[in-house]
Ligand binder design. Structure first.
Ligand code: ADE
Ligand code: ZN
Length: 315
């Protein structure tokens, strides 16, 4: 493997990727013809986490029904296929769909149809919005449970971890687990290591971001010893201000401490990135060797929630 071309060719998996966040400014122009280029640029030009959540909400609001969701899925899967991503766990913010008082079924059927026609093997993670509370999250978990044998592998929580503490969701996670769903949670992205501990107490098997774990050596050892991977999204953390600068990102320190990590894009349309670019950043900015990158690529398959996510033979 050498350079971008080698990274491009390597069969990869992506585990932390939001469908809504895959919408690019260009697709947004089609979804919101009433919005000027200037407005789209301004909304996508957020500088902090609150601005990011606002943009995410604005984009999600414009996915008005099954057709728009299918369009976004088609675009995302074309990009993943082009990058040789063979397996993707895609998060659908079911929380947004419930909040809009829409039915999940026609939307899920539409995105599943797109996935079925793609060379990328797709499994779905249904995500609740932390700051909408536990009742809302339970509705998402119930919908996810109905689809366990139909492409949904996991349940998670995203949104604002400060305004929606993990403790609220203990019953919801218990329910989801009992119904056969695997568990993940965004935590330690903008809040500190205590938020990661709370997510672990919920039973989260993977942590979305989890970068602030680096501030707690006991937690770092716990993640390493219990083989709990962090779904690392470098460009996301820079764009939302979760880290002060690219250089300040703790990915290297976490990796060197033996914490299992997987590289991901989170919201590639909002952060103007691709999975290949995230690997390239890891190499160019953080000195990850080809051996390191190969191990991280393997982690993408190893920590997948679907049992069948075995890597196919390299091209
Ligand atoms: N939803 C989509 N991306 C997210 C992120 N990085 N943090 C919290 N919620 C999200
Ligand atoms: Zn995310």
């Amino acid at each position: 493997m050498s350079g971008m071309a080698g990274l491009q060719r390597l069969p990869k998996a992506e585990l932390h990727l939001h469908l809504e966040g895959s919408v690019t400014p260009e697709l947004m122009g089609q979804l919101a013809p009433e919005a000027s280029q200037e407005e789209i640029g301004r909304r996508f030009g957020f500088r902090d986490f609150a601005g990011f959540l606002e943009c995410y909400k604005w984009v999600a609001e414009h996915l008005r029904g099954p057709e728009e969701y299918a369009m976004a899925t088609r675009r995302l899967l074309a990009s993943l296929a082009q990058q040789n991503v063979r397996y993707a766990e895609i998060t659908l913010s079911a929380g947004v769909i419930i909040w809009r008082k829409q039915e999940l079924a026609p939307i899920y059927d539409a995105v599943q149809r797109e996935a079925a026609g793609s060379p990328v093997t797709v499994r779905w993670n249904l995500d609740a919005i932390r700051h909408f509370g536990a009742e809302h999250a339970m509705q998402v978990a119930e919908l996810a449970a109905e689809r366990v044998s139909d492409g949904v592998v996991s349940f998670g929580i995203g949104g604002d971890e400060v305004r929606g503490p993990a403790e609220w969701f203990a019953e919801v996670y218990k329910f989801a687990s009992a119904r056969g769903l695997r568990l993940t949670a965004h935590a330690g992205e903008i809040a500190g290591p205590e938020s990661v501990w709370s997510a672990l107490r919920l039973g989260a098997e993977r942590i979305g971001h989890g970068i602030r774990a680096v501030d707690d050596p006991v937690l770092v050892r716990h993640l390493r010893d219990h083989n709990i991977p962090l779904e690392i999204c470098i460009s996301s953390n820079v764009a939302t201000g979760a880290v002060e600068s690219l250089r300040a990102h703790p990915v290297r320190r976490l990796y060197d401490a033996g914490v299992p990590i997987v590289l991901n894009t989170d919201d590639p349309g909002l952060f103007d990135t691709t999975l290949v670019r995230e690997y390239d950043l890891a190499a160019s900015e953080f000195g990850f060797s080809e051996e390191d990158l190969t191990r991280i690529v393997e982690n993408g398959f190893r920590y997948a929630f679907a049992r069948s996510a075995v890597p196919s033979a390299p091209l």
